[in-house]
Write a protein that binds this ligand. Structure first.
Ligand SMILES: *[C@@H]1O[C@H](CO)[C@@H](O)[C@H](O)[C@H]1NC(C)=O
Ligand SMILES: *[C@@H]1O[C@H](CO)[C@@H](O)[C@H](O)[C@H]1NC(C)=O
Ligand SMILES: *[C@@H]1O[C@H](CO)[C@@H](O)[C@H](O)[C@H]1NC(C)=O
Ligand SMILES: *[C@@H]1O[C@H](CO)[C@@H](O)[C@H](O)[C@H]1NC(C)=O
Ligand SMILES: *[C@@H]1O[C@H](CO)[C@@H](O)[C@H](O)[C@H]1NC(C)=O
Ligand SMILES: *[C@@H]1O[C@H](CO)[C@@H](O)[C@H](O)[C@H]1NC(C)=O
Ligand SMILES: *[C@@H]1O[C@H](CO)[C@@H](O)[C@H](O)[C@H]1NC(C)=O
Length: 661
């Protein structure tokens, strides 16, 4: 204690030695030394000299470069990625990139291009990605063809293109992605599609073009990875035009502001004459929805009917034996049985997320889906007073169940015994009333991830998590513990296999030193956003190699005896704590500087005390709590004077004594 007081006094005395180191600001932000720089929005008119020659990734958007030429980037010959978004570029001159052999991505998005020289893209031998989005292009002849043999993606969205006829010699052999979204393309000819013949597994995006005609046979015997005709007002035209094609993923959704025709039986006739794996029809309206509408859907493996204003799926749908994935998000089902689950016997993934009505789970509605692996019922206003035996009857292979963001659930003993193979269970933001004294999760032998954040759990129930032998990831964010304290015996003792534990925002004030003693396998613990003090770190003393987040707590001082505990961990986030930067915390401050490599959030780890260091980064504080040379000099002088004084006093006393004999 005495040493602490003297340290403090000395710290006050020699405060002049406390210094804050600030590094001088560079104009561009360095993201990775000598490699990656961001110079966006700095009003630059040229490449600054401060950028090293070796720069490989350069984000240079939102500056001012009306013309670019062979001198503009000549110094940066190692460039791999160059982003020149919205630099008001009008002219791209000859040989601008002549020495940039490694350049593989050029982003020219949002530049009002007037001219690109024929040889402007010469040089980058492996140019793979070219972004010419929003550049005012109206003809594809504008794009210099030279040197594009390796091009994989060409982005031409939001221009004025009306014809997709590529120039004769346009190299397409490596093309994987061609983006024409939001142009003025209304007609697709056979010639245009034939020009793409060499490209295999191509993805073509015509989103937002409103295609009104496709030449018959244009897509005959062609194969595509994906085709996007989003926002087309008459889908029948598209599906007819795609006759005899093979498409893995067909996106035919629409948007709120598109004035499109309702989908009818006739719309889908073309679908019978092509081969598709996956279709998205989001936001369309169906007219006269009946089971026969699915007649041409029988080959599908995935069907996405998000927000298609459905209240039910008709019963009697036949032949949908290949369907593996069905997305019914944002519709208006009142009862789970209204999805006619039995019509889709091979279903593995089912999503009914964000239902627009209160969804009643009913009983046994999904019992025919014995292959179901993934079920998402989140945000669907589901209320269940006694869950989930009957509701989830016969789902022996279910691995993923998302019931987050619903109304209160009452859980019985072994509530999930009908889905014994669950690996992930997400109940976040759904209030749970556990009705049995035993664990509702008992016998989920395969459960690895359990999200119980904001569930208003009764955390005093020590059996709540019993019977989960493989649980690795537990999220208890936003739950409360009695008296703000995790005591020696607590619900975590039942889950010794935990590797990741989230206890953030639990209003914790303290943690017993033994609270985690059973959790030997932990790799990550998040205790952020509580009111813990430095002493709580003691609860981690038996753990090693952990990544610890204790950000935003009430940690002022970390005592000397807890520093070895911190040293044993792999990363530590101490940001947003009211840390003490006086000599009473000198051991921790010294430790901090020696362990910067382990610490996260250095920028936000600042002093709160003493007042003159408030807000200063801990790593910048230079505190000297030992004696300085000046201090030692004065001390010696002081001691010397004291000795002289003493000798004088003794002499005086002796003389006084003899005088009085
Ligand atoms: C960056 O380049 C400079 C100058 O060549 C060199 O001294 C420094 O070590 C390099 N830094 C890194 C992290 O490569
Ligand atoms: C740029 O082009 C001009 C004119 O063609 C030429 O004289 C000059 O040498 C080139 N500069 C570089 C750096 O290549
Ligand atoms: C960077 O490149 C320029 C032009 O190529 C050259 O003059 C300069 O010496 C180079 N700087 C370094 C540090 O290598
Ligand atoms: C589709 O293929 C069939 C059989 O090969 C052929 O008879 C038909 O004309 C083709 N349709 C189109 C539009 O090319
Ligand atoms: C469950 O659904 C919610 C809301 O839709 C989502 O935020 C969450 O990521 C999902 N959980 C998992 C594990 O995917
Ligand atoms: C619940 O936790 C899991 C695992 O951390 C996470 O993937 C999921 O997104 C969380 N759910 C919500 C609703 O945040
Ligand atoms: C440290 O924790 C805070 C609070 O949870 C978080 O915002 C921040 O991103 C974390 N920092 C790092 C580097 O992970």
């Amino acid at each position: 204690m005495a040493s602490r007081v003297s340290c403090f006094l000395l710290a006050v005395l020699f405060c002049a030695s406390c210094k804050v180191i600030t590094s001088s600001d560079l104009m561009c932000t360095e993201k990775e030394a000598n490699r990656t720089y961001n110079c966006e929005n700095l009003g630059l008119r040229e490449i600054p000299d401060t950028l090293p020659n070796m720069t490989e990734f350069l984000e240079f958007g939102f500056n001012f470069l009306p013309t670019i030429q062979n001198t503009t980037f000549s110094r940066l010959i190692n460039l791999v990625f160059l982003d020149l978004t919205r630099c008001q570029i009008n002219w791209v001159h000859e040989d601008t990139f002549q020495n940039h052999h490694q350049l593989n991505t050029i982003v020219l998005t949002g530049n009002p291009l007037i001219f690109m020289a024929e040889t402007s893209l010469n040089g980058p031998k492996s140019l793979k990605h070219l972004f010419l989005t929003q550049t005012g292009i109206s003809h594809l002849e504008f794009i210099p063809v030279h040197n594009l043999e390796n091009l994989e993606s060409l982005h031409l969205g939001s221009n004025h293109i009306s014809s997709i006829n590529l120039p004769e010699n346009f190299p397409t052999q490596n093309l994987k992605f061609l983006d024409f979204q939001n142009n003025a393309i209304h007609y697709i000819s056979s010639k245009a599609i034939n020009a793409l013949e060499q490209a295999t597994d191509l993805s073509l995006n015509f989103n937002g073009n409103d295609i009104q005609g496709i030449e018959p046979g244009a897509f005959n015997l062609k194969t595509f990875q994906s085709l996007n005709f989003g926002g087309t007002s008459n889908l029948a035209v598209v599906l007819k035009g795609l006759q005899n094609s093979t498409v893995q993923s067909l996106w035919l959704g629409t948007f709120e502001d598109t004035d499109d025709q309702d989908l009818t039986l006739v719309t889908f006739e073309g679908l019978c004459k092509m081969s598709v794996e996956s279709i998205n029809l989001q936001k369309h309206h169906f007219h006269g929805f009946s089971s026969s509408m699915f007649r041409c859907f029988t080959g599908l493996q995935e069907l996405d009917l998000t927000a298609t204003h459905l209240q039910e799926l008709p019963s009697g749908i036949e032949g949908m034996n290949s369907l593996k994935k069905l997305v019914l998000n944002a519709n208006s089902f009142a009862h789970l049985c209204q999805i006619s689950a039995a019509s889709f016997p091979s279903l593995m993934d089912l999503y009914i997320k964000g239902n627009r009505k209160k969804l009643d789970l009913g009983a046994r509605c999904l019992e025919k889906l014995e292959h179901l692996r993934k079920l998402d019922l989140s945000h669907s206003d589901i209320e269940a007073s006694d869950c989930c035996d009957l509701q989830l009857k016969n789902l022996p292979h279910l691995q993923y169940l998302n019931l987050s963001y619903n109304e209160p659930f009452g859980l019985q003993d072994q509530a999930f015994k009908e889905c014994p193979r669950l690996e992930l269970l997400d109940l976040a933001f759904t209030h749970l009333h556990v009705k049995a004294p035993q664990s509702p999760f008992q016998n989920l032998h395969f459960l690895q991830v359990l999200n119980l954040s904001h569930c208003l759990l009764d955390t005093s129930n020590q059996h709540l998590l019993a019977g989960l032998p493989d649980l690795r990831h537990l999220n208890l964010h936003g739950n409360h513990f009695q008296d703000g304290s995790i005591s020696k015996t607590n619900l975590l003792q039942a889950v010794g296999s935990l590797e990741i534990l989230i206890l953030s925002s639990c209003d914790l004030l303290s943690i017993d030193q033994q609270a985690f003693h059973n959790l030997g396998k932990m790799r990550h613990i998040d205790l952020s956003h509580n009111s813990l003090t430095g002493d709580s770190i003691d609860a981690l003393s038996h753990l090693k190699g952990l990544s610890v987040n204790v950000a935003a707590n009430n940690i002022r001082i970390i005592p000397l005896h807890l520093l070895p505990t911190l040293s044993h961990q792999s990363t530590i986030n101490l940001s947003h704590n009211p840390l003490d930067c006086t000599c009473s915390n000198i051991h921790f401050l010294t430790w901090y500087k020696e362990n910067l490599h382990k610490l996260e959030g250095l920028e936000e780890t600042t002093c709160a005390n003493p007042p003159w260091l408030r807000g200063v980064k801990l790593s910048d504080v230079e505190l000297s709590c030992g004696m300085t040379a000046v201090g030692i000099f004065f001390l010696i002088v002081f001691v010397f004077l004291l000795i002289v004084l003493l000798i004088c006093l003794v002499k005086f006393l002796l003389r006084w004594k003899y005088q009085h004999i």
